[in-house]
Design a protein around this ligand. Structure first.
Ligand code: IPD
Ligand code: CA
Ligand code: CA
Length: 265
């Protein structure tokens, strides 16, 4: 399988569907926004984009299955599966702010082997495939080399509906506000991850995310030299609904702070 070729085909898909998403920006009105769950929004743009992505990916690998947010295709493949978020950052998109991104990963036997995150606000396409470096618009990227949490800029996300762990999560925010360079909430987990990959953020953590939010971005972080885990330092970060990603120099300290505070109540 020529993963480099498949990666460039996926990038082309994100470009053409990205053009559609941007062209619909001015048409989005609150009226056509549906609430899937509490504070969980979806528009016809998310759904149409996913349909178009699925249709195009089927042509590249007819036997691969899909794990796709809007459920326009949900047949599981035996060996290969595409994991798709057609628009990550829908709330930003609806409110006319950035970032928002298309996120597509390819899994082989439950391991990601290719990832593309195309952030449409700045037209920045991040991508990587197995055994190769990560790239941003054709240039190789690396995680940052800052080596203390105090010097780190940290990204996170606030849960929209899963408030069970809010108390310990607030403790982590309190801690990082006082012991880091700053805390950011961009509103697109896929973008948070690729910003760790290219060294803009030192670290990212969030709970209550889904596979389509993180599969591609987490892989790109790893290919850019960073580390990814769940809140216990284990590997269950794609389906486990909690993720930490960072450069390798702050990883141990960052993980132990998040692990310690998130497991207290
Ligand atoms: C959301 C974004 C956000 C995160 C939410 C996700 P969506 O994805 O990634 O940063 O905090 O939990 O649901 O709904 O815009 O695709
Ligand atoms: Ca998402
Ligand atoms: Ca989405």
């Amino acid at each position: 399988m020529n993963l480099e070729k498949i990666c460039s085909q996926v990038i082309e898909i994100t470009k053409s569907v990205g053009e559609f998403i941007l062209s619909e920006k001015s048409n989005i009105k609150e009226l056509i926004v549906e609430e899937k769950g509490l504070h969980d929004f979806v528009t016809y743009v998310d759904k149409t984009s996913e349909e178009r992505i699925v249709e195009k990916l089927k042509k590249i690998m007819p036997d691969a299955g899909f794990i796709a947010e809007e459920g326009t295709a949900n047949n599981k493949g035996d060996k290969y599966n595409w994991v798709i978020d057609p628009l990550d950052g829908t709330t930003n998109f609806i409110h006319g702010i950035t970032p928002f991104a298309i996120s597509i990963a390819l899994m082989e036997d439950n391991k990601v082997i290719l990832g593309v995150v195309h952030e449409l606000g700045l037209n920045e396409c991040f991508y990587a495939w197995k055994d190769n470096p990560a790239y941003l618009n054709g240039e190789e990227i690396k995680v940052s080399s800052k080596n203390t949490v105090e010097k780190s800029l940290i990204a996170t996300g606030f849960p929209y509906y899963d408030y069970d762990r809010l108390e310990p999560f607030m403790k982590t925010m309190e801690y990082f506000m006082q012991h880091s360079r700053g805390l950011r909430r961009l509103g697109s987990a896929a973008t948070d991850l690729v910003y760790v990959a290219c060294g803009r953020f030192e670290a990212f953590y969030e709970y209550s995310l889904n596979p389509w939010d993180v599969a591609a971005g987490a892989f790109i972080v790893q290919q850019a030299g960073g580390l990814v885990c769940d809140f216990n330092g284990e590997n269950n970060y794609i389906f486990g609904k909690e993720i930490i990603a960072s450069n390798r120099f702050v990883y141990n300290d960052f993980l132990s702070i998040v692990n310690d505070l998130m497991n207290k109540n």
